[in-house]
Design a protein around this ligand. Sequence first.
Ligand SMILES: [Ca+2]
Ligand SMILES: [Ca+2]
Length: 532
Amino acid sequence: MLCAASGRCLVAVLALVVVAGGALGACSRAPIGTEAVAPTTVVPQHDWSDAIIYFALIDRFADGDSANNARVDGRNPGAYHGGDLKGLLQQLDEITALGATALWVNPVVKQIDKPVWAQGPPGSGWERGFEHWGFHGYWADDFERLDPHFGGEAELRALVEAAHARGLKVLLDVVYNHPGYGARYLADPATRHWLRVPYGDCGADPLTCQVGGLPDFRTELPEVREYLFRAHLGLARRVGLDGFRLDTVKHVEHDFWQAHRARSRAELGPGFFLLGEVWGGSHEVLDPWFANDEMDAGFDFSFRGSCQGFAEGKGRTVAFAAYLKKRHQVRRGYHLAHYLSSHDEPMLLHELGNDPQKFKLCVALQMTIPGIPVIYYGEEVGRRGGAWPTNRGDMPWGERAVAPGQGMPRDEALRTYYRHLIALRRTHPALTRGTFRELSTAGDLLVFAREDEASGDAVIVAVNRGMDAAAAAVPLPERWRGLAVREALSGAPAMLEDGRLAIKAPPRTAQVYVTEPGTRGAIVWPTSASRT
Ligand SMILES: [Ca+2]
Ligand SMILES: [Ca+2]
């Protein structure tokens, strides 16, 4: 948008946690910027249903090439800050050590060569205005070239190869609906008719309007489709991408997306993954795109706000549980991707008053409910930022010699919390593919079970949003009979009383109960849950 196994596996995931933890400890004692850390790999996702996506804005992540830093101004939230594909490649271990299985990067095509004057909303600190450039990649000037600020096709291919060598998949953000303001297509007599004049009203006709005032492609024209398909799918094939994140999906015709799906499968194979942004998406809103198999997944815009309300103590726990139960009722083989923060919305940590305890409740819920968790770069280390444009700040690198975010503080304890939860999600099929069953909603304590019949795995999650300790006794899952149980985030043994799990939850904490490793056979991941 403008303003996007086997038993061996179980052992490997657990080993990753230990190895990565050790590496981090070593880093903190090594001379700054000189530590030699071996590339970190992840156990590749078995299927997109157990993916964890990390979304990075390339310009804000890491600068690996100062030669392409034209018009860089780190003081301006709308200017280029110098990050590029080469820098992202150099810092890939930051993402793999976290445990993410897929990387999503913003569009990389050539951007318009001039800024737009923009004013931030009240409270953003940028109400008086600033020069806004296409650092985010959503203002294309030429879909057939890459923007030198990000790097060339060789750098993109190198990034994809380095990611694949680490077990990480790569999704590229692409825009089919519009080019940037004043793009070359408007001036060229050969392509001027590709843009819609007159244009519609977004409220009345989302297909023909100018989203954010951007010129709308006449995507119903065969020559426009052919041009855009060749540009985007050709790049994907040449650099080896695993899929696209599709921008502004609801502003383009359904038959366009059906043709795009057929074309992407024909050229890139049946596994080429399509994650679409339908603004306001939910299981109900997205169903027309799933019904026609136009894409594999869409964003769940409901979770972030719902979780914020729950963490702030608003509404009854039972209502939030009812919401969680129904939010992921999608057609089999399709997915919802749920996020806490994004480039189009304020950072959730900010919305929660920069209270890490409240934020951690939503992190725990994000990593223990159905769907594909999406992590917006830096939120895992407590990146500060409110509404746009400050939600697109630099990746904090602490004392590491990485620009542009060198010197920005990092909450390493929060990152460790993420890593533990991600490792649990990667180890337990119940957390990715299992059913959701509410167990207790008394007061401020929510307890639910995730159970996966195919693998026989079960997990119980307890989240206490209250300022007081809370307790509940819930029945044990049938498959836990005779097994030792522990609370995985603390490592403490679980208390079992009369065949029930006795939960005692401290104020504003989350707990994740699993069976003790070794007390049952290794968890075997079922075969693919997808259609293809
Ligand atoms: Ca650079
Ligand atoms: Ca359109």
